[in-house]
Design a protein around this ligand. Structure first.
Ligand SMILES: *Cc1c(COP(=O)(O)O)cnc(C)c1O
Length: 390
């Protein structure tokens, strides 16, 4: 058997293809360029920590964009069984998909229903957030035609110029709601523009605008705060808070120590390790050139997997606490890191290196890429072997 490859010397994790012990799942790990581990237990701990922070307000969960890329079909039922009874998505199609996983729980659609989507909302018991008069009248009409009570939320623009009724519309809207008998407004909401900057005077201005609406809608619940807003203090909590990012481990107050448990670990497979002499051009455009002899590892993930191309020459892989800098440009399906500082043999074909993990979380990667943890999470590609930890 001359020339046969000795499989017994392969690292055992390469041969692990499936976990079937019920605590996690994986699809064909050895066939993917990277492994994405999503810690559902950490999401649950974050949910409970936010309940403690929210000083008695109800804590909804925002699971738009497939729970920020982490899998709404896994995250939402887990939170529902932990007692979460209100979920937010951005789009009607997301709500329809989520309804299959959550047959009875309240689901609100932040962007509301586009003209023509009202009947689908009613059929799937989705509550659109109505942002203006056209949407309001269309919802009212659809509910009347269906012979149903159209439950919904209304949003006010308290100072973001993005979504919502003008504050000046409040009295007229309240009267209009009172005069329609096939419509229930369960929630009055608004959204903070500058919640991640605690000292910004826009925060108390928006809060005060919101609290001034309360007597006009005496029976509705009120909601203002998303993740960062929860950390502005109890006067921002009102009746219901709507965290997304903090559930998924993103720091709610940028720059402060992150009180949330990390949720995501992304490891990439080493395809190849090589030593190059000084002067070697590395990767597309020879954007980097070896200043001296260098040991390089090529990893099997790239911008098609959601590793921003802006990490070129700036990002990092990690071997435990050792930073391995990205060298040259991030390619579509690969990137190259400098492993010269790792002990000889510590990085080999088939190994995993961390791209998001204990040494550098989603916020750190966001910073390196010139973006935010939110965008790193929601960009995570579909090509990873996913493992969910219970
Ligand atoms: C996305 C979103 C949230 C959740 O925001 P996070 O910062 O992720 O907590 C809450 N409310 C609205 C209106 C949103 O669009």
């Amino acid at each position: 058997m001359d020339g046969a490859i000795d499989l017994s010397r392969r690292r055992p994790e390469i041969l692990v293809e499936e976990f079937d012990d019920g605590t996690c799942e994986s699809r064909s790990e050895a066939s993917c360029g990277g492994r994405l581990t999503i810690d559902l237990g950490a999401i649950l701990r974050n949910y409970r920590a936010l309940i403690t922070r929210a000083s008695g307000a109800r804590v909804a969960a925002v699971v738009k964009a497939d729970a920020y890329g982490l899998g709404a079909g896994r995250v939402a039922p887990m939170l529902a069984s932990a007692g979460c009874d209100t979920f937010f998505v951005a789009q009607v199609q997301e709500g329809i998909a989520l309804r299959r996983d959550l047959p009875t729980t309240r689901i609100l659609v932040l962007n509301g229903a586009a003209p023509g989507a009202e009947a689908a909302c009613l059929a799937h018991r989705l509550e659109p957030v109505l942002n203006g008069w056209d949407a309001f009248e269309a919802w009212s009409r659809a509910a009347r035609i269906a012979g149903l009570r159209g439950t919904c939320a209304v949003q006010f623009d308290t100072g973001m110029a993005r979504f919502g009724f003008a504050l000046a519309d409040a009295e007229r809207l309240s009267a209009r709601i009172a005069s329609t008998d096939h419509m229930t407004v369960g929630l009055v909401m608004s959204h903070l523009a500058c919640a991640d900057t605690p000292e910004d005077p826009a925060n108390p201005a928006q809060r005060d605008a919101m609290t001034a609406l309360r007597p006009i809608f005496p029976t509705a619940a009120f909601s203002l705060a998303a993740s960062s807003g929860i950390f502005l203090g109890s006067s921002y909590h009102l009746d219901l808070v709507r965290p997304g990012a903090a559930l998924y481990g993103v720091a709610p107050v940028p720059g402060d120590a992150n009180p949330m448990a990390p949720v995501v670990r992304l490891e990439s497979r080493v395809v190849q390790v090589r030593t190059v002499p000084g002067g070697t051009g590395i990767g597309y455009g020879h954007a980097a050139r070896a200043p001296g002899p260098m040991r390089l590892a090529t990893l099997a993930v790239g911008y098609a997997d959601g590793l921003p191309r802006s990490l070129s020459g700036r990002g990092s892989a990690w071997l435990q606490g050792l930073r391995l800098p990205v060298v040259g440009r991030v390619s579509m399906d690969s990137l190259v890191v400098d492993v010269s500082r790792a002990p000889e043999g510590a990085v080999a074909h088939g190994d995993f290196l961390d791209l998001i993990g204990p040494a550098n979380g989603v916020d750190g990667v966001g910073k390196e890429a010139g973006t935010i943890g939110y965008e790193v999470l929601t960009s995570l590609g579909r090509r990873y072997a996913r493992r969910y930890l219970a």
